[in-house]
Every structure is written in C-alpha cells, then in structure tokens.
Ligand binder design. Sequence first.
Ligand SMILES: *[C@@H]1O[C@H](CO)[C@@H](O)[C@H](O)[C@H]1NC(C)=O
Ligand SMILES: *[C@@H]1O[C@H](CO)[C@@H](O)[C@H](O)[C@H]1NC(C)=O
Length: 439
Amino acid sequence: MSSVQHLATAGICVYLCLAVRLAAAPASLEEEKAPAYWNERARRTLESALNLAPVTRRAKNIILFLGDGMGISTISAARIYKGQLAGGPGEDSQLAMETFPYVALAKTYNVDRQVPDSAGTGTAYLCGVKANAKTLGVSAAAVYGKCNTTWGNEVYSVLHRAKQSGKSVGIVTTTRVQHASPGASYAHVVNREWYSDADLPKEAIRQGCKDIAYQLVHNTDINVILGGGRMYMTPRRTPDPEYPTDPKQSGTRKDGLDLVERWLSGKEGARYVWDKKGLDAVDENSTDYLLEDKDYRQQAAVPLDTETHAGEDVAIMAKGPMAHLFHGVQEQNYVAHVLAYAGGLEPYHTGPATVPLDTETHAGEDVAIMAKGPMAHLFHGVQEQNYVAHVLAYAGGLEPYHTGPECLAPSCRAGSPAPPPVLLLRARGLASLLLTARL
Ligand SMILES: *[C@@H]1O[C@H](CO)[C@@H](O)[C@H](O)[C@H]1NC(C)=O
Ligand SMILES: *[C@@H]1O[C@H](CO)[C@@H](O)[C@H](O)[C@H]1NC(C)=O
C-alpha cells in the first residue's frame, strides 16, 4: 500500500463515521420518554466500554489534527449543528472524533501566561516542553524578542525527531505554514512574527537569528508542506503566481533568497505547486517531496476524499482551543504530522470574544484530546499540555523513547524504510471538514 493510500485512511475513517452517523435516524421525542430507550442505549455503551482494550503496540503512523478555537463548547455546538443538518434535533448526534475511545484534558497555560498563545502551546504539544508565549521551539529560558537567548534553548518537535529516525513527515495547514502552530514543528525563534527576514529587527539579523520561512526550508527535511505563506518565501516584489497584479501578495524577502528554489534544489522527486490544479496533477507515485504554497484563504474549499478504508488503527486526538487528531496506521513506517489550524469556529464563539481582536482568540480553559489507536489509552486524565508530545513520541518509538525498557512491543523494533508520502491533500480535506476554517 502506498503512503498516499495510507494517508487517505485518516480522512476516510472519519468520513465513514460521519456517513454512518448521518444515516442513523434520530430518536423521536416519544421514544425518549421511555426509560427503556435510555437504558438500552446505555447498556450498549457499557458493553462496548467493557470490550475496550488498550492497543499497546507501537504506532507506525501518527497524525495530529489541531483545531484552533475548538474548545469543548465549540465541539458541542458542532455536534448539534451536524445533527440538525441531518434533520434531527441535533443534541444526540455524534462527531466522528467523539467515537474515539480515549479522552483527556490538557492544561494549556504557558510558562509566563495563564491564557496562552499558539506559539507557546505549539511548543508544548509538539516539542514536549512548556514555554513562554510568542516563542517557538525554544524553552522558557529563551526571552521573547531577544535573539541571542535562542541558542542553547532549542527544543525539538516530534516531527523533527520522526524525520531523524527515518520517517517521512508532513505539515498541512489552512493557515500560512509559517504560522505559530505549524511553525513550532520546525522553527526555533523568539518571536512568532518573524515570518520573513523583513520582519526581523536589525539587531536580530546582526546576531544571526533567522526568520521562520528560512527555518522551514533549512531546519528539518519535511517531505510534504501544504499551506499558505508564499510571500515570505520569495524576494521582495516577486509577483505572486496567483495574484500577479496585486502588489500586496508579492514576495517580501529583503535577503533576495528564493526559498522555494532552495527547497527544490537537491531533492529527488520534489514538486512545487501553488494551486489545486497543480496539486491534482501531482503524480503521487513519483513524488517524494511536495510543497504546495497556496493562498491560505482558499484552503478550506478542498473537497473531502471519498475513498473507503476500514482504518482500524487510526488514533486521533482533538484538542481545542486547539484540536488534535492523532492517527496511527500499521504496516508502514510513516509518520505524518498534520496541523489543521482554523482560528476559531466563528458562529459558536463562547466567552468574552465579542470584542474586535487583531490576533487569534484563546481561552485559558483546558482543552479536550481525543485519541484512538496504538497507545491512545495513554491519553487519560487531566494533563499538562506538553504531555501530548511525549505520548506521540512514545507511541511512535521516537526519542527519547526509542530505546530501553519502554520498547517492549516487537513492532517498535521494526524498521522498514520510509515509503514516499504524498497524499496530504486528502487529510487536508478532512481537516477542512472538521475544522471549518475561519477566514
Ligand atoms: C544579547 O543581546 C543584548 C542586546 O539585545 C545584549 O545587551 C546582551 O549583552 C547580549 N547577551 C549576550 C550573552 O551576548
Ligand atoms: C500509482 O501506482 C498505483 C499502483 O501501482 C496505480 O494504480 C496508479 O494508477 C498509479 N498512479 C499514477 C498517477 O500513475
């Protein structure tokens, strides 16, 4: 099975769950008046809970979905809306991710903030270390905006560690790929807004700090990158391929680097595409690397793939104000890291977010993690957010859990070569479905 097909599994499982749920007729109010209705329903739930057994083998694939703004009340609202779209009252509906057997809560605070931001939280759940707000891929010993506090304080993401252990990795996002949430998987930077070199203060450039776009291409050898943000990748005034007449879309780099060219150079089987047509034309069998640098405002319009697959090894987590789906498929040595980042599900905003804001909205409350598949049972209880990365690393047999007595299952010693990855667009379709990007 190609990695392309495997990745499709992620989307498909959820799609099937949705289809099944949509097909199930909602209970009538009359039925709900009878105790037998509730007793029978709960008995079936109890039965499946009694049959629940932890899957203790190592995951071959990991997919993490993250829905920014996807707090628990947003999940409830989405569930009800889905049920209403299916013609029922909605409350008894169920989202695909709500069928996952394991749920935990994550405490999201940053080291220096009760109410966190995406950069500090991204560092926690991707790198496994709680950090300061607005800093990416550095520990809390690094100081926001102080370039020379970066070095020596870098922390490395599960994605980076997966790549180092020989797996294929990818990032898919509805935002620009240099945004804080995806950024924490490859960048080490003391200011999340240092998107291109034009955003760095002179002092930081003098001290040798690099912008996030530069680090995207130089830090970790990422196989698949799908998202927006190409203006940070090309020299100033380079016309945008999609909006050549709009100067606001042009390249912004002052150092004259063409990071797309740089990414492509020296890579066998690498493709760069910038629109859906180009993406559809990619030959998945001969492509080992894919960079799609798309206008992120259009990312949510990708249709969900409709292939079918049993997908029994899917492990998913959801977490809001960020939401994650963590996915492990057996049989191949592939770790994909998917970040779907949607900046809030607008119609269902809860809390005091009715004032105009110029950044994303986060709350300080705990968020849900929903998980399925190998080691998913380790998501339990109320945990610090950085625990997420540790479970991912453990499930995948990655550093620091790659050797030693923890490595008990035979599968964690398997080391088949990584197959080419390519089909993140399907996963992206799923992300769009689940997360409905706010634009
Ligand atoms: C780091 O840079 C600041 C200026 O931003 C300077 O005051 C400080 O001495 C530098 N620290 C080191 C260790 O170089
Ligand atoms: C890729 O390979 C599979 C299996 O070998 C084949 O069915 C499919 O048609 C190929 N796709 C393309 C675009 O060549």
